[in-house]
Ligand binder design. Structure first.
Ligand SMILES: Cc1cc2nc3c(=O)[nH]c(=O)nc-3n(C[C@H](O)[C@H](O)[C@H](O)COP(=O)(O)OP(=O)(O)OC[C@H]3O[C@@H](n4cnc5c(N)ncnc54)[C@H](O)[C@@H]3O)c2cc1C
Length: 563
């Protein structure tokens, strides 16, 4: 299941895309781990990679929607996420440059300024990177409080004043999509500035990293209507819709990092002997590796299936708005757990300066904290819980979506309100279609959770207590996670043993979150009783776990050797 660049085992809809991705892999393999680590240690921005992308028109091909650029360009999320996984395999630096470029260009595509779209096409072809200027130093996740202002001067002429903080590519981007307000009316506005303009000051890199995460200031920066992408409520919607589409890549960033770290960890452990034992022969090491592998497979299955829903979304089918934030917060935080498990095995090796693992161990922490936090996303996810559990309806069945088409709806997502009225197909039908032993246990946990919600749901004060709601949100997220994993397994050549082992892990996680509800100070006796009904042990199957370890984990040894 793991992506191995030296085998290039990803699937694409057309040979041109494979060829393009192969060039990316060749660039990275030729650059080599030594050079990647040198840049990472010296916090050198990836100029070389940006030049390579220009030469091969990588961003222009992947980020120009159909109709605006050459024939092979289209907005095809299936190949965008493949690119995210490939770049992250070599380091978050390469992934981040692309990710924030995508965040920077989507407000242009979503906006109503056609001339600016033509300019963006040209900038893409000239090899520029882009940036997304939303966050401000004093306001963090509180985007309502944005202080960046556009002052009207004369008809169609404005001056921008303000600053932004934590803005990727803010050092180089020729178009920084900047979110702010009109000084006179307080209306939202999205406009573009150029990092090379004399009135643009790139103050500093806020982090010591090869990523450039800028603080920038604009003082009396001249803006005309030509640079304005959108105004008013639609500017706000476009900002959120940009995040909906782009934050998705965080999950694939985590997957790529974990895959590389996995290959290194298994090679190290399988070739090392302590006390006359091979490290991989210790039973706890087997458990850690198997759990890490199973979690990583689950991340891939869920994120892949969520991609299908995003590509198939429409005004009538907005299920992707639940699945996308879960890719962002759950897949990325599962990535942290995968790295923790691997690090527990390889111990001191994880600190060494030459291997890749040091990059993965450090940068995996970043992903759940980019564009909002786990808590902010969990608060969002909770809005869907009522309809998901209590108002399932018939919805179109979504097929696997790796076809070569432009994801038109992503540029026509409409207003961002009404999340609580989005409808879902029946999760029960999906779970009932799978009778593996650990899926059955998981089903009983879901049933107990639904009983808790319907018979002893949060009272008035708990409903206002985000800490309490977050504990419920973790259980809800697990149900959705498991559902899409089952759906995804039907489209893949996945052994029943692996699927059952994934649910063995999910059952344990469910029990863990149930205990957290149990131990909340405000939980009532009935809530405590009902949460304990959710605590279950997985069905152990030693032969199955051993088979996965021997045939799927240990066989990864020696499969990827960095150049
Ligand atoms: C490496 C890096 C790169 C970044 N790149 C960009 C970029 O290119 N462009 C950009 O615009 N931004 C970028 N960001 C900013 C990122 O979006 C913010 O970090 C994020 O929005 C959270 O803001 P904060 O870290 O200041 O946390 P704060 O807003 O200070 O939040 C602190 C805590 O408050 C709680 N909280 C806040 N609001 C809520 C809520 N509504 N519900 C529940 N809990 C809440 C959470 O528990 C959170 O952990 C980047 C950040 C990093 C670290």
């Amino acid at each position: 299941m793991l992506f191995n660049p030296q085998k290039h085992n990803l699937e694409y809809s057309d040979p041109e895309t494979r060829e393009l991705m192969q060039k990316v892999i060749d660039f990275m393999e030729n650059k080599g781990l030594k050079s990647i680590k040198k840049d990472w240690h010296e916090a050198t921005w990836n100029h070389e990679f940006v030049a390579f992308m220009k030469e091969h028109q990588v961003l222009a091909t992947l980020m120009t929607p159909k109709g605006y650029g050459p024939d092979n360009s289209r907005w095809d999320s299936s190949r965008i996420v493949a690119f995210a996984e490939i770049t992250a395999f070599y380091g978050i630096t390469y992934w981040y440059t692309f990710q924030v470029s995508m965040l920077g260009i989507v407000p242009v595509w979503l906006g109503s300024n056609d001339a600016l779209k033509q300019k963006a096409v040209k900038l893409l072809q000239e090899g520029s990177v882009f940036a997304f200027g939303l966050s401000e130093k004093e306001h963090g996740a509180d985007i309502y409080s944005s202080e960046m202002k556009l002052h009207a001067k004369a008809e169609g002429d404005y001056l921008a004043n303000g600053s932004k903080y934590y803005i990727g590519n803010g050092n180089e981007a020729r178009l920084v999509s900047t979110f702010g307000k009109m000084a006179d009316s307080d209306d939202y506005v999205f406009f573009g500035v150029d990092a090379k303009h004399e009135k643009y000051e790139c103050v500093k890199n806020t982090v010591h990293h090869a990523n450039y995460v800028a603080e920038y200031k604009v003082e009396d920066y001249p803006v005309t209507d030509a640079e304005i992408m959108e105004r008013g409520p639609k500017a706000w919607d476009n900002m959120l819709n940009t995040i909906n589409v782009c934050k998705f890549n965080l999950g694939f960033g985590a997957i790529g990092l974990c895959e590389h770290a996995f290959f290194e960890a298994i090679d190290h452990a399988a070739n090392r002997e302590v006390y006359g034992n091979r490290v991989t022969d210790f039973p706890h090491v087997g458990r850690l590796f198997t759990d890490a592998y199973v979690k990583l497979c689950a991340m891939k299955l869920f994120a892949g299936r969520a991609t299908d829903y995003m590509r198939s979304a429409s005004a009538e089918d907005r299920r992707y708005l639940l699945f996308n934030p879960i890719v962002k917060m759950k897949v990325t935080s599962q990535g942290e757990e995968v790295i923790n498990h691997l690090w527990d095995v390889i111990a001191a090796k994880g600190f060494e300066s030459e291997p890749f693992f040091e990059i993965a161990a450090s940068d995996i922490r970043m992903l759940p904290k980019l564009e909002g936090t786990v808590h902010v996303n969990m608060a969002l996810v909770l809005k869907f819980m009522k309809n998901y559990f209590f108002a399932p309806t018939d919805m179109p069945e979504i097929s696997r979506r790796s076809d070569a088409c432009n994801d038109d709806f992503l540029f026509n997502q409409g207003p961002t309100k009404g999340l609580g009225s989005i409808l879902f197909h029946d999760y029960k039908a999906v779970y009932q279609g799978c009778d593996l032993p650990n899926v059955k246990v998981f089903r009983s946990q879901i049933e107990a959770f639904v009983q808790l919600l319907s018979k002893a749901g949060p009272d008035k004060s708990q409903s206002k207590d985000i800490d309490y709601l977050l504990a419920l949100g973790e259980c809800f997220t697990l149900v959705v996670y498991g559902q899409l994993i089952i759906e995804s397994s039907a489209h893949q050549d996945l052994s029943e043993g692996l699927l059952d082992e994934i649910f063995n892990v999910l059952v344990r996680d469910f029990s863990h979150y149930a205990l957290s509800i149990f131990s909340k100070a405000s939980s009532s006796e009935e809530q405590r009783e009902r949460s304990m009904q959710m605590v279950k042990a997985p069905v152990a199957n030693a032969a199955q776990s051993e088979a996965i370890y021997n045939t799927q984990v240990m066989t990864l040894k020696g499969q990827y050797v960095a150049g």
